[in-house]
Write a protein that binds this ligand. Structure first.
Ligand code: FAQ
Length: 308
């Protein structure tokens, strides 16, 4: 059997491709692209909520938020390790991010204006992340699929903490309820954009589905997320900001309004509300951490020298 035939047979049998297995260059490139974008999203994604750690309204909320943001750092590092199994270099990936040569999720370019945004990120952003990532636990590349299992468990906890925070605020004052509704109004549409462009305009989906990297299309997952969110919104007592949102008994799904795709394009291409700030923050953190990385590398080299 040729190497290519062995690769195809592994995919067909729903088995995993492992780092030392032969794989087409395109598969390796696609996996590095997706895993790196995902890792960058986790690390940049620490910023919107991180901004509220010093302003959390109670010690309990502060401890929860601190733990969540730390989890996101862990997910990022875990994913960079998965990319390294494909021959990528972590420092190089970070440089590509800072220089705007690699993407991260559009959602993290929006501001967190009130503490209700922390709850809504947990509910909607982590909710969308779970919807997208649970099927990735069956993705064909072993290290990525295994990383997803652990990450999804933590994301479920993140989603519940967001929902619980919002329930608490909804039981509070009128002003708190207004704050929640305002945050939902601002985050709903960007959350739908997290799933990517519509299928007809998604250049990567067909090949990624054939390689079983992706298990569902962008539109399928977006629909799943809408269907999941509607009853949650009603239990919470908030309105989703879409006058066209209604149950369609024939399709057995919710119909929803047209997404502003020009906004997604703008945000992906670097012109969202906070793209420049997010990257500048990341660049500064990378520069500030340089001495730690050099010290760790020098220490490791010294220890190796002693052993050798
Ligand atoms: N933002 O052909 P497609 C989280 C890019 S969750 C920016 O459809 P594909 C947890 C796409 O990369 C967020 N770029 O692409 C958390 C491609 O670019 P390229 C991260 C986007 O790959 C929660 C181009 O547009 N999750 O971090 C977006 O088949 C709370 C054409 O698109 C993942 O990364 C977008 N929204 O499908 C953390 C999940 N959409 O390189 C903190 C894994 C598309 O060809 C707080 N990734 N693009 O120029 C995926 O499932 C896929 O990569 C998709 C895109 C579905 C995102």
């Amino acid at each position: 059997m040729t190497q290519e035939a062995a690769f195809t047979a592994t995919i067909e049998k729903d088995q995993r491709i492992e780092p030392r297995d032969w794989m087409p260059d395109g598969y390796r490139k696609t996996m590095i692209r997706q895993i790196a974008q995902h890792a960058h999203s986790e690390i940049i994604g620490m910023q919107p909520e991180g901004a509220w750690i010093t302003r959390a309204p109670s010690l309990r909320r502060k401890a929860i938020l601190l733990a969540k943001v730390q989890d996101e750092a862990g997910h990022g590092l875990y994913l960079y390790s998965a990319a390294e199994t494909l021959g990528a270099d972590r420092g190089d990936l970070t440089r590509r991010l800072i220089e705007g040569r690699q993407k991260y999720s559009s959602i993290f370019n929006y501001p967190t204006l009130t503490f209700a945004d922390v709850g809504v990120i947990g509910w909607l952003v982590d909710g969308a992340a779970i919807c997208n990532q649970v099927p990735l636990c069956r993705s064909s590349f072993g290290p990525y699929a295994r990383a997803m299992i652990r990450i999804c468990k933590e994301e479920s906890f993140h989603q519940r903490q967001g929902y619980e925070l919002l329930m608490t605020m909804m039981r509070g004052t009128e002003a708190q309820r207004d704050m929640v509704q305002d945050a939902v109004n601002r985050w709903w549409w960007p959350s739908l954009m997290m799933f990517g462009p519509p299928d007809a305009e998604s250049p990567n989906t067909a090949q990624s589905m054939a390689w079983k990297i992706k298990r569902h299309t962008n539109d399928e997952l977006r629909q799943r997320f809408v269907d999941m969110s509607v009853p949650q919104a009603s239990a919470l007592g908030v309105t989703l900001p879409d006058p066209d949102l209604r149950w369609n008994p024939e399709r057995e799904h919710h119909d929803f309004g047209e997404i502003d795709w020009s906004e997604l394009k703008r945000v992906i291409s670097g012109d969202g509300p906070l793209n420049a700030e997010r990257i500048e923050h990341r660049r500064r953190a990378d520069e500030d951490g340089e001495w730690v990385r050099s010290a760790a590398a020098a220490h490791a080299a010294k220890k190796q020298g002693v052993r050798g």
